[in-house]
Design a binder for this molecule. Structure first.
Ligand code: SF4
Ligand code: SF4
Length: 413
């Protein structure tokens, strides 16, 4: 695609990057075929090709409108279009640049500003979030149905005794998951311990930065990311850690992007690159390596398991951050299969469930439609358990069904 970006912008790192990405797009439109918002809304401007065009126009000097901003807001950042694009267009990186430029030129309504600020304050404050969650869980029986479905049940905490091992990974907890589903990280610790891997936990990490980033508070996101790097660095620099890991794929993909977000920060670029390179999803730690290692790892896991649920039928929903963001495909399913679970297929597995961080709150209508489509497809075969790999998808799916939803790690213990 030919471009003619504003000269001053073209001299910046973002301008150079955006120009390169725009020029790689041949405008074929293949990406529209797998875009959930294009499928639902049927408007070219609510698909990747149209959004790329809107960003191009804004970067070339055309004044963007609230409508332009809305078309970009409706994007789930699911990155399905990147999986489909034959030209390797790095759409999400272009979207980050485009959103940042457009948000500086188009002011948001008071309602949107208040909503974004409230979400950031709520999810970034551990005390406030814990207090509200506990109150909600206590009052749950008395609440109306639509509120009940969005408050998860309190989990009976799993027991775990830490042992020391030569192999070590840095296991980072997220912002809301430790309160909502504490057993997911505990399951990871039990599983890694069974593989003779010790989980080192850094001082409390409130957020990976994705929340502020997605709510257009870029400077806040960068401050959080730099503070995380400072926190983790003493544990990384002595080379004892073989990987950094999180059990929520949405946070994992954010850490993989630290190097990109801090590429032009002379104080942090090097450290950010090392951290992004060290990041591994739990399934990559379990199932990468040669076949002999992988087989041994799975056999070792199966030997130590205590679960009695392996006769259940399950449907695995791979989060977009896993299948499109990190391009991790078909790694979890064979492990669950080895454990004896019967995996049920379902239609449109590649499509987003509508969770997408805070999208389920900021774009409720589209999000609910995607959730309903996803659950209709999944439940066609009536699975005993729905399984996923990201806390956002986990809670979103559970809010629309009585079928239990679990993280795949919880099925291996
Ligand atoms: S992003 Fe890729 S698939 Fe979409 S129009 Fe551009 S080149 Fe074609
Ligand atoms: S990221 Fe997802 S919603 Fe956004 S344009 Fe690409 S496919 Fe569509």
């Amino acid at each position: 695609m030919k471009t003619n970006l504003i000269n001053d912008f073209l001299q910046t790192p973002e301008g150079i990057e955006a120009d390169k990405i725009l020029r790689s797009c041949v405008h074929c439109g293949f990406c529209n075929a797998t875009c959930p918002t294009y499928q639902l809304l049927g408007d070219e401007l609510d698909g990747p090709r149209g959004r790329i065009y809107l960003i191009k126009q804004a970067l070339e000097g055309k004044t963007p409108s609230r409508q332009t901003q809305l078309h970009l807001d409706r994007c789930l950042t699911c990155r399905n279009c990147e999986s489909t694009c034959p030209s390797g267009v790095r759409y999400s990186q272009l979207l980050n640049i485009g959103r940042s430029v457009i948000n500086q030129k188009v002011s948001r309504s008071l309602y949107q500003k208040t909503l974004h600020l409230t979400l950031r304050k709520l999810f970034l404050s551990r005390i406030l979030f814990t207090l509200l969650l506990k109150t909600g869980q206590t009052l749950k029986p008395t609440l109306p149905a639509f509120l009940k479905s969005s408050i998860p049940e309190k989990q009976n905490k799993l027991h775990y005794i830490k042992r020391l091992h030569d192999r070590k990974i840095l296991l980072i907890s997220g912002c809301v998951q430790p309160d909502l589903k504490p057993n997911i990280d505990t399951a990871a610790k039990i599983i890694f311990d069974r593989l003779d891997i010790e989980c080192i936990e850094p001082p409390e990490t409130r957020c990976c930065g994705a929340l502020s980033h997605h709510l257009n508070a870029e400077q806040e996101a960068l401050t959080i990311i730099r503070s995380n790097i400072d926190n983790w660095w003493p544990l990384i620099k002595n080379d004892q850690i073989e990987a950094i890991c999180m059990t929520a794929s949405g946070c994992g993909v954010a850490i993989k992007e630290y190097s990109q977000l801090l590429a032009s920060d002379k104080d942090y670029a090097h450290k950010a690159q090392i951290i992004s390179d060290l990041y591994r999803d739990p399934i990559e730690i379990i199932s990468t390596g040669n076949y002999a290692d992988k087989k041994t790892a799975i056999e070792q896991l199966i030997k130590g398991r205590s679960t009695s649920e392996t006769d259940k039928t399950i449907a695995f929903h791979p989060p977009c951050t896993m299948q499109h963001g990190m391009q991790i495909k078909n790694l979890v399913e064979p492990v669950l299969d080895h454990f004896g679970y019967s995996l049920l297929p379902f239609k449109d597995k590649h499509l987003c469930c509508g969770s997408a961080g805070t999208y389920s709150i900021t774009q409720k209508e589209i999000s609910q439609q995607l959730l309903s489509n996803k659950l209709k497809n999944i439940e066609q075969n009536d699975p005993d358990i729905i399984v996923t790999a990201n806390i956002g998808c986990h809670l979103h799916l559970q809010s629309g069904t009585d079928t239990p939803v679990k993280h795949w790690l919880e099925l291996l213990i």
